[in-house]
Design a binder for this molecule. Structure first.
Ligand code: G
Ligand code: G
Ligand code: MN
Ligand code: NA
Length: 250
């Protein structure tokens, strides 16, 4: 269909762009890093967010190549920003097709080598439904990534079906608490209980934890008091183009 063709052309025409959302330390409000998020500057329809195209994009045969471009671009940007913020880290979302491509490990190694970004400055985000199919090759791949020194995060944590067993099966470094639990965390006792339980779980498992979708000072205060070290959300900044990010946060 026309949309399929446009999407294919978009990559060749360099219409994709990365936006960056700040990741902050909850206590000091200092910049910790950023999450890279793709946008499509459509020549006619303007700036498109992933909601309108990510599902189609992730199913395309070119998904691994586009994912590789995303990772490289984000690593290059992070390497540059680390000249100003020495411990700056970058988080990059993975497509399932990248995990199944057979060359993710090589792609990550090459991106790090070519951009000079240290492995421990890169975090790869995975949504748990990608990992539901228990297969040996995925565990081996994730072990390999950890051996490179790269961090792995479970994105949208708490929304899936197998959240707890996945923690035992895969070498994850951090959980990203889904923003649906943060929205009413100061008014809804159950959401508050879920969030404090996830933070406690991370402590018990020796994992890092971050809360997404933090929009208010009272949500931030709750998370700080609950022992959540890092936060991300509109309170600090929406995803924005690299020059805007540099102007505001570096
Ligand atoms: O930027 P926004 O919050 O609209 O992104 C919506 C969703 O699209 C994200 O939660 C994420 O799952 C997905 N997404 C955004 N950017 C990327 C990307 O660069 N790679 C992959 N694989 N997914 C992305
Ligand atoms: O699934 P993932 O966490 O990768 O997607 C991040 C998405 O969440 C981005 O599209 C971004 O626009 C959105 N987002 C980030 N911070 C906030 C927030 O504070 N509130 C809301 N409603 N959405 C947010
Ligand atoms: Mn994410
Ligand atoms: Na998320």
């Amino acid at each position: 269909r026309a949309f399929q063709r446009e999407l294919r052309q978009a990559f060749e025409n360099a219409e994709f762009e990365l936006f960056y959302q700040p990741v902050m330390f909850a206590h000091t409000r200092r910049l910790a890093g950023a999450e890279a998020l793709i946008r499509w500057r459509h020549p006619l329809r303007g700036l498109l967010t992933p909601a309108s195209f990510i599902d189609v994009l992730s199913e395309k045969p070119s998904a691994p190549a586009i994912g590789e471009w995303i990772m490289r671009t984000a690593c290059r940007q992070a390497a540059q920003w680390r000249k100003t913020v020495a411990d700056f880290t970058i988080s990059v979302n993975l497509f399932e097709a990248q995990l199944r491509s057979g060359y993710l490990l090589t792609a990550v190694q090459d991106a790090l080598a070519d951009t000079g970004l240290p492995a421990d400055a890169l975090e790869l985000e995975i949504v748990e439904n990608i990992l539901l199919r228990d297969d040996k090759s995925t565990s081996k791949l994730l072990e390999g990534l950890r051996e490179l020194g790269v961090s792995l995060a479970f994105d949208d944590y708490g929304t899936g079906f197998a959240s707890l067993s996945l923690l035992k099966r895969y070498p994850v470094s951090r959980l990203k608490i889904d923003r649906s639990f943060i929205r009413n965390v100061t008014s809804d006792k159950e959401d508050a209980a879920v969030v404090t339980a996830i933070i406690y779980l991370c402590k018990s498992f020796g994992l890092e934890v971050i809360a997404e979708g933090v929009e208010t000072e009272s949500q931030l205060a709750f998370l700080r008091e609950s022992g959540c070290p890092q936060v991300q959300g509109f309170l600090f900044g929406e995803p924005m183009p690299a020059p805007d990010f540099a102007a505001r946060f570096l």
